[in-house]
Design a protein around this ligand. Structure first.
Ligand SMILES: [Zn+2]
Length: 99
């Protein structure tokens, strides 16, 4: 279930609540007010964090990425061949056949 940030309009407390996206808004944990507003700032912040992590792990292990790619290439090639036929794939992506 997704985690939401809420701000209480009564006492200004900012709190997190985890619930289904179509569930009613929770009550404020401090003053039990139902006047809470869902904050929409969480997702971009999380996304930024994820991208920062992805960037650092990518630069840390180029070799890992290379071996990963050589693992993935035959799978990708098989998928393309079964979809498009071997002749088409050889013509358009000859690098997939050099091993
Ligand atoms: Zn409150």
């Amino acid at each position: 279930m997704p985690l939401y940030d809420y701000r209480c309009e009564t006492c200004e407390t900012i709190f997190e609540a985890r619930h289904a996206f179509d569930a009613p808004a929770p009550l404020c944990p401090v003053c039990a007010s139902a006047s809470v507003q869902r904050q929409i700032t969480t997702a971009p912040a999380q996304l930024k964090g994820m991208m920062a992590n992805a960037g650092s792990s990518r630069s840390a292990s180029k070799e890992d990425l290379k071996s990963k790619w050589s693992e993935e290439t035959p799978k990708l090639r098989d998928q393309l061949v079964s979809k498009l036929g071997e002749d088409t794939v050889r013509k358009n992506a000859p690098s997939l056949f050099s091993e």
